[in-house]
Ligand binder design. Structure first.
Ligand SMILES: NCc1[nH]cc(CCC(=O)O)c1CC(=O)O
Ligand SMILES: [Zn+2]
Ligand SMILES: [Zn+2]
Length: 370
């Protein structure tokens, strides 16, 4: 038996401690008698298996290991206080009213949930208009839930997504000109007002996902002017790509554009250069965290964000389509759900993210406890 076949034999018996030990002593005695004939010069660096033979040693290979504090859980908050509706295209996820929020979150917070991101969903007829007035309605779902969650969960970090598409009659992420294109100036003015309203209500973090140019600077300036810039995190969805992965979210939030698409403000999937420019711009405008979205299809962009903003945390949003796709494939027997959820997330962390927005958060809280 050759030394190398003995070693691979050992590897295959990794789980069987008894036989592993006896093989080990055989290997040692073989190695000592064969020492004169085994050349150890030159190719020592070819021996890698030893470095990851144990589960803990395997975990140590990752620069970053997933922890509960890296996770942000998206919540869809309806303006109907008692609503609790399953979203068919987004497995296990619900749209919930204010009265359903605390009972739902209590067990998750007990399991170690650290952060949520809030999306308001106005269901009442007539609540949408051209300016997205409902977005910062003090009686609306986002402001109400920020106040409720701040009161009920002292340590929960509350992120408010800032956009208009859930609240506008046309479903676009800003205020439109007559020709249907975004009026950037008016949109930035409105978006920064909404962000301020959420920060005033007590959001720890505001996260504009609208993609209007210059909104990070506008929000930062208003936060400074109001004297609260020192206690609010500004997380920019800097590199948000248009594509087909937001479908289930738009079902959940009722935010599908009534005409056209978002290709003139969200980035084209091939636009790596544009993404890099947007990331640099948002850092210069005062972003505290850079987000890349979607996640798994854009790992190069996550790694670019980490390179360009090496002193900022990078967040990645594993979006509704990525989540639904993993569920569908697991259901079809392609792979095990948990294994894939970890593999996808490990890829996202490896690329450079240290914050992950994920619909898998409740599952991860269980999986990371064991
Ligand atoms: N500005 C809206 C918004 N904020 C977060 C998401 C996507 C999240 C997901 O798909 O899970 C979207 C959808 C969109 O741009 O249409
Ligand atoms: Zn939007
Ligand atoms: Zn949004």
């Amino acid at each position: 038996m050759s030394f190398s076949s003995l070693v691979s034999d050992l590897t295959y018996r990794d789980d069987d401690r008894e036989s592993r030990v006896s093989h080990l002593s055989r290997a040692r005695s073989y190695a000592s008698t064969a020492a004169t004939s085994v050349s150890i010069s030159g190719d020592i660096s070819s021996q890698l298996h030893g470095g990851y033979s144990h589960p803990l040693a395997r975990a140590w290979q990752a620069e970053r290991q997933l922890t509960k504090s890296m996770l942000i859980y998206p919540l869809f908050i309806s303006d109907q206080p008692d609503e609790e509706t399953l979203i068919p295209s987004l497995p296990n996820q619900h749209r919930r009213g204010l009265n359903k929020l605390v009972p739902f979150l209590e067990p998750l917070v007990r399991k170690g949930l650290k952060s949520v991101i809030l999306f308001g969903v106005p269901m009442a007829s007539g609540s949408k208009d051209a300016l997205g007035t409902a977005a910062d309605d003090p009686k609306g779902p986002v402001i109400q839930s920020i106040q409720l969650l701040r009161r009920r969960f002292r340590d929960l970090f509350i992120v408010a997504d800032v956009c208009l598409c859930e609240y506008t009659s046309h479903g676009h992420c800003g205020i439109l000109r007559d020709d249907g294109s975004l009026n950037n100036t008016l949109s930035v003015e409105r978006i920064s007002d909404v962000a301020m309203a959420y920060a005033d209500a007590g959001a720890h973090c505001v996260a504009p996902s609208d993609m209007n140019d210059g909104r990070i600077r506008a929000i930062k300036l208003k936060l400074i002017e109001a004297g609260i810039a020192h206690q609010v995190v500004l997380m920019s969805y800097s590199a948000k790509f248009s594509g087909c992965l937001y479908g289930p979210f738009r079902d959940a939030a009722g935010s599908c554009p009534s005409f056209g698409d978002r290709r003139c403000y969200q980035l084209p999937p091939g636009g790596r250069g544009l993404a890099r420019r947007a990331i640099v711009r948002d850092i210069n405008e005062g972003a505290d965290i850079i987000m890349v979205k979607p996640a798994s299809q854009y790992l190069d962009i996550i790694s670019d964000a980490k390179e360009l903003g090496k002193d900022l945390p990078v967040a990645a949003y594993q979006v509704s389509g990525e989540f639904a796709m993993i569920h569908a494939a697991a259901k079809a027997g392609v792979f095990d759900l948990k294994a894939m959820a970890f593999e996808a997330t490990e890829g996202i962390l490896r690329a450079g993210a240290s914050i992950v927005v994920s619909y898998f958060t409740p599952e991860f809280l269980d999986w990371l406890s064991n």
